[in-house]
Design a binder for this molecule. Structure first.
Ligand SMILES: Nc1ncnc2c1ncn2[C@@H]1O[C@H](COP(=O)(O)OP(=O)(O)OP(=O)(O)O)[C@@H](O)[C@H]1O
Ligand SMILES: [Mg+2]
Length: 292
C-alpha cells in the first residue's frame, strides 16, 4: 500500500494575472508505516501538497495513486479516500464547531454513515488516544486550551480510522509541554498502531527526533528526500533556501573543526550527548557513563 505522486503540479489561478505555481513536478512514493517529515519555508507548497494526498485539491497536472489506483480516474471514491487519508489542518481548532467535544469527534464517523454505537465507540477510543478523558466529553471545544483543542481536532480525524495521518504543523503556537505531549501521542500512534504519518513542521529538532524520512520543499519543488540524517549533512544547502539543520548539528560541526573526531551524522541532543560522553570516557579510561 502506498501513496504515489507522479509529476504533481498545482497552479493556483492558472491563466489569470494571479497565476501561482505552488507545486512543480513533485514525485515521491510513501510506503506504509513510514513517518515522514515535510519541511520548507513559508509558501514552499507544503499545505498545498498534503491537500492533494486526500484528494481535497486536484492537481493541475500529474497523477496521484493511492494503493495503486489513480485517484483522478472517473468514478474514484474520493469520500472513501478522505477517511483513509486523514488530514489535520493548520490551526485545526478553527474547524471545531459542535456544541461539545464528544459531538465534534463523532462528526466524521457519523458522516461516514456508521451506526450510532460504533460512532460513539470510535469517538471514545480516539479521545483516549489523544489523552482526553470523560471529563472533557461535554465541554465546549471553545473553552479548552490551545493544546486541548488540537487534540480534539486530531481525535476527530482518528475517529475515522485513517490508514494515513497527515498533520499540518500540529504544534504551531503551543507551549513546549503541549508540543511534546502532542508529538509523543503521534509517535505512539505510529509505533503501536503502525499508522503512516506525514508531519508538516517548521522544527528541525522535531523532525530529527520523530521522522524516519524527510522531504524538503522549496518554491514548490522537492529538493531533498532522504533520512533526516542524510538531509542534515547538507546543512549549507538548507541554509541557502532559508532553512537550517538542528542546532546540535552545528555544535557537532564546530567540535569537528576543533579536531574532535565526533560523527557528523548526529542529529539529536541525546545522540550528541552520548557520543561526547563516550569520548570523555575513553579519554579517562572509563566506560563513558560515569565521571563528569
Ligand atoms: N488558495 C490559494 N490561492 C492562491 N494562491 C495560494 C493559495 N494557497 C496557497 N497559495 C500560494 O501557493 C504557494 C504555496 O502555499 P502553501 O500554503 O502551500 O505553502 P506552505 O509551505 O504551506 O506555507 P506555510 O509554511 O506558510 O504554511 C504560496 O505562494 C501561496 O501564496
Ligand atoms: Mg502551510
Amino acid at each position: 500500500m502506498s501513496i504515489k505522486a507522479v509529476n504533481l503540479t498545482h497552479v493556483y489561478g492558472e491563466g489569470t494575472a494571479f497565476e501561482q505555481y505552488a507545486l512543480k513536478d513533485v514525485n515521491f512514493e510513501i510506503e506504509d508505516g513510514q513517518f515522514i517529515g515535510l519541511i520548507g519555508h513559508t509558501g514552499s507548497g507544503k499545505s498545498t501538497l498534503i491537500q492533494h494526498l486526500n484528494g481535497l485539491l486536484k492537481a493541475t497536472r500529474g497523477e496521484l495513486y493511492y494503493n495503486g489506483e489513480n485517484i483522478y480516474a472517473p468514478g474514484y471514491d474520493l469520500k472513501a479516500l478522505r477517511s483513509k487519508v486523514g488530514l489535520v489542518f493548520q490551526y485545526p481548532e478553527h474547524q471545531l464547531f459542535e456544541v461539545d467535544v464528544f459531538s465534534d469527534v463523532c462528526f466524521g464517523p457519523k458522516n461516514q454513515g456508521l451506526p450510532k454505537e460504533e460512532v460513539e465507540e470510535r469517538a471514545k477510543e480516539a479521545l483516549s488516544l489523544v489523552g482526553l478523558d470523560e471529563s472533557f466529553y461535554r465541554q465546549s471545544p471553545f473553552e479548552l486550551s490551545g493544546g486541548q483543542k488540537r487534540r480534539v481536532a486530531i481525535a476527530g480525524v482518528l475517529a475515522m480510522h485513517p490508514e494515513v495521518l497527515i498533520l499540518d504543523e500540529p504544534t504551531a503556537g503551543l507551549d513546549p509541554k503541549g508540543r511534546d505531549e502532542i508529538l509523543g501521542e503521534i509517535e505512539t500512534l505510529h509505533r503501536e498502531k503502525g499508522m503512516t504519518i506525514v508531519l508538516v513542521s517548521h522544527s528541525m529538532e522535531d523532525i530529527a527526533r520523530y521522522a524516519d524520512r524527510l522531504i524538503v520543499m522549496n518554491h514548490g519543488e522537492k529538493v531533498f528526500d532522504d533520512t533526516p540524517r542524510n538531509v542534515f549533512r547538507h546543512y549549507k544547502e538548507l541554509e541557502a533556501i532559508g532553512l537550517a539543520a538542528p542546532q546540535v548539528t552545528y555544535v557537532v560541526q564546530a567540535l569537528r573543526k576543533e579536531g574532535i573526531p565526533i560523527d557528523d551524522g548526529l542529529i539529536t541532543v541525546e545522540e550528541a550527548r552520548d557520543a561526547i560522553l563516550r569520548m570523555v570516557g575513553m579519554e579517562n579510561g572509563k566506560d563513558g557513563k560515569t565521571g563528569c
